[in-house]
Ligand binder design. Structure first.
Ligand SMILES: [Zn+2]
Ligand SMILES: [Zn+2]
Length: 396
C-alpha cells in the first residue's frame, strides 16, 4: 500500500501528545527508577493490542507489533529517564518531583514512541514485518541501552534496522538533522589522582603540593586538541571537576581531576588518552608528585549506516521538505551507539528551538523546554521511515 500521510495523522493527535508529554514532565524519574513512566508505557501498549515485555533492562519496556505478513523487523528506541536537576521553569506542568527534571526532552521521546505505536497499530493488517518499540531506561550515563542488550532486546526477533531520535534545542523548530556516519561522539570519563605529600601551608618546602601539579596538568591538557590532533578531526578534552584540600592553610595529600573525552574516531580517542596520561605523569613528576588515571564508562560513537539514513532522509524530505534537512552533528553522546554497533540504523535530531517562546536553553539546563510541535515532526518522520520497510513491499 502507499505510505499514509503520517504528518496529518500525527497532527490529529497533537493535543493528546501535549497532555501525555506534560504528564511525563510533571512526574520525571531518574534512570532505572522509571516505574511510573514505564507502567504507563506498558499499559498503553497493552491497550493498543501490542505484545508487551516488561522489566527488560530493569525498568525498560518492549512492545512488539506483529504485522499480518512476515517481513523486516524494525526497532524504534525511545528513552524515558530524567535528570537530577531542580527545574527552574515557571510552568503549570513543571516537575513535581523535587530535584528531578526532564531537562533533556525524554518526556517527549516517550510520548512520540507511544504515539507512533498508536498510529501504527491501526495498520496492523497492512504491515508486512514486525515493529519493535523499545522504551529504554537510564540513557543519561547509566548504561540503560547496555542493560537492555544484556536482557536480550536485540534478539527474538533480532531487528534488521534500528531508529532513534532526539528533540534538539540547538536546531530550530521546523528543521531536522539527518546525516550518515558518526553523528554523536564516543564519550569516556576519566579520573586523575595526583598524589603529593601534605603539610603546613606556611612550610611548602616540606610538602609536595598536588594542587600546583594538578593546576599545571589542567593547563597542559588544553594543548592536546590544539597541538596533538589533526585539525581536520574533532576531539574534546574537558575537565569538569577539580577536587583538593579542606582549608586555606593546609597543603593536601592529593588532588583529583575528573573529565571527559569526546571524539568520532576510536583510534583518536585512544591517542588522546595516551597524551593525557603522558602529561599527567610527567607534569606530576616535575612537581615531585605521582599521577594515576582511571577511565570509565566508554560510550561508543553513534554511527549511522548509509541505507537506513537514506530512508530517514527521504522520510524527512516528505514530512518537512528537503530544504529543512540540515547536515549537522554534535559532540554530545548517547548510548544508542551500543545498539548501532550491532544493528544498522539511523539516529536523527528534530528541531525544537523557538526564540520567540524562549525555548533556547541547552539540554540539561534547569530552564530547558522545547517547542512541542516538534513531537508531530518526530512522529511523522519515524513512522514514515518505519513504513518504508514494512508497508511499502508492493511498490518495489
Ligand atoms: Zn541528556
Ligand atoms: Zn537526551
Amino acid at each position: 500500500m502507499a505510505i499514509p500521510d503520517f504528518k496529518q495523522e500525527a497532527q490529529a493527535l497533537f493535543d493528546d501528545m501535549i497532555a501525555l508529554r506534560r504528564d511525563f514532565h510533571m512526574y520525571p524519574e531518574l534512570g532505572f527508577r522509571e516505574t511510573r513512566t514505564s507502567g504507563i508505557v506498558a499499559d498503553t501498549l497493552a491497550d493498543l493490542g501490542i505484545e508487551v515485555q516488561r522489566g527488560i533492562g530493569q525498568t525498560g519496556v518492549v512492545g512488539i507489533l506483529e504485522g499480518a505478513k512476515p517481513g523486516p523487523v524494525v526497532m524504534m528506541r525511545f528513552d524515558m529517564d530524567a535528570l537530577p536537576i531542580q527545574e527552574e521553569n515557571d510552568l503549570p506542568y513543571a516537575s513535581k518531583n523535587e530535584g528531578v527534571m526532564h531537562a533533556c526532552g525524554h518526556d517527549g521521546h516517550t510520548t512520540m514512541g507511544l504515539t507512533i505505536a498508536r498510529i501504527m497499530s491501526k495498520y496492523q493488517e497492512k504491515i508486512a514485518g514486525t515493529l519493535k518499540f523499545v522504551f529504554q531506561p537510564a540513557e543519561e550515563g547509566l548504561g540503560g541501552a547496555f542493560a537492555m542488550i544484556a536482557d536480550g532486546v536485540l534478539e527474538n526477533p533480532r531487528p534488521d534496522v534500528a531508529f532513534a531520535m532526539h528533540v534538539w534545542t540547538s536546531t530550530p523548530y521546523g528543521k531536522v538533522r539527518v546525516r550518515s556516519g558518526p553523528v554523536m561522539a564516543s564519550s569516556s570519563v576519566f579520573s586523575l589522582t595526583v598524589q603529593g605529600r601534605g603539610g603546613h601551608g606556611a612550610a611548602p618546602q616540606q610538602a609536595k603540593d598536588p594542587i600546583l601539579a594538578a593546576a599545571h596538568i589542567v593547563s597542559a591538557l588544553q594543548s592536546i586538541v590544539s597541538r596533538n590532533t589533526d585539525p581536520q578531526e574533532s576531539v574534546v578534552v574537558s575537565i569538569g571537576q577539580f577536587t583538593a584540600g579542606t582549608t586555606f592553610n593546609v597543603i593536601p595529600d592529593r588532588a583529583i581531576l575528573k573529565g571527559t573525552v569526546r571524539s568520532y574516531n576510536e583510534e583518536l580517542h585512544r591517542q588522546t588518552y595516551r597524551r593525557i596520561l603522558e602529561m599527567a605523569i610527567h607534569m606530576s613528576t616535575a612537581f615531585s608528585c605521582e599521577a594515576r588515571m582511571e577511565t570509565m564508562a566508554i560510550v561508543s560513537a553513534v554511527n549511522n549506516s548509509e541505507e537506513p539514513t537514506a530512508v530517514v532522509y527521504d522520510a524527512a524530505a516528505q514530512v518537512m521538505g528537503e530544504e529543512n534537512i540540515l547536515n549537522e552533528r554534535t559532540m554530545a553522546s548517547e548510548d544508542m551507539g551500543y545498539i548501532l554497533e550491532e544493528i544498522p540504523g539511523c539516529y536523527f535530531f528534530v528541531g525544537g528551538r523557538n526564540e520567540e517562546l524562549g525555548y533556547t536553553f541547552p539540554h540539561h539546563h534547569p530552564k530547558f523546554n522545547f517547542d512541542e510541535r516538534a513531537l508531530v515532526d518526530g512522529v511523522a518522520i519515524m513512522s514514515h521511515a518505519a513504513a518504508k520497510y514494512v508497508m511499502n513491499n508492493n511498490e518495489g
